[in-house]
Design a protein around this ligand. Sequence first.
Ligand code: GAR
Length: 223
Amino acid sequence: MTRLRTAILISGRGSNMDALIAAARDPSFPADIALVLSNRPDAPGLAKAKAAGVATAAVDHKIYAGREEFERSLQIVLETYRINFICLAGFMRMFTPWFVGQWRGRMLNVHPALLPAYRGLDTHERALADGAKIHGATVHFVMPEMDEGPIVAQAAVPVLDDDTPETLAARVLAQEHVIYPMALQLVASGAVRVEGKRVLGAPAPDDASLIVPDATLARRRIS
Ligand code: GAR
């Protein structure tokens, strides 16, 4: 089996990165994490990746005149490491259509909401303000439009009465860590295909708890 040489792009703490690196430690996992790349040289995730024995690099977006100049440098680093797949994991820069075009069908992102609801920032604050009862996380292929693209995996969590943006974010993040490695495995193994906006071919989840992981907790609170 040839494992996909994957780069994880981060801007911050890198907890999704940790989950992907941990999954890829299994030699039968179809992707190998060959690089962690950040646009912020001080991103805490870089030190964690280094400690885990993964190659790291930083391309500081602030020193470039424009988005495309920055992306051309990213591209050179990615080619140097012979990367053929990208996982965005808390990478907080928008890409130009040029960069997305280079990686079409070969770049995933994790977003802290059930897309197409709550694209953009402050998803947990907005879900609470709207009175949503269900919230969650999405892993999707990246398209030029922000937080758009065929959905590979989603997990839903309940919104509880005493939630704050922080408690809700933590419940969602725990599910991001479950679905991101699962989505990378599905894509890297070739188990799924994209038809229009749909990603087809994934086995139906046989465990209802994957869909609403805290459903039992929600039920307990009602009775
Ligand atoms: C995650 O919650 C991820 O979904 C979010 O940033 C956090 C990164 O955490 N990404 C976005 O909001 C992108 N639109 P991490 O660095 O611990 O993985």
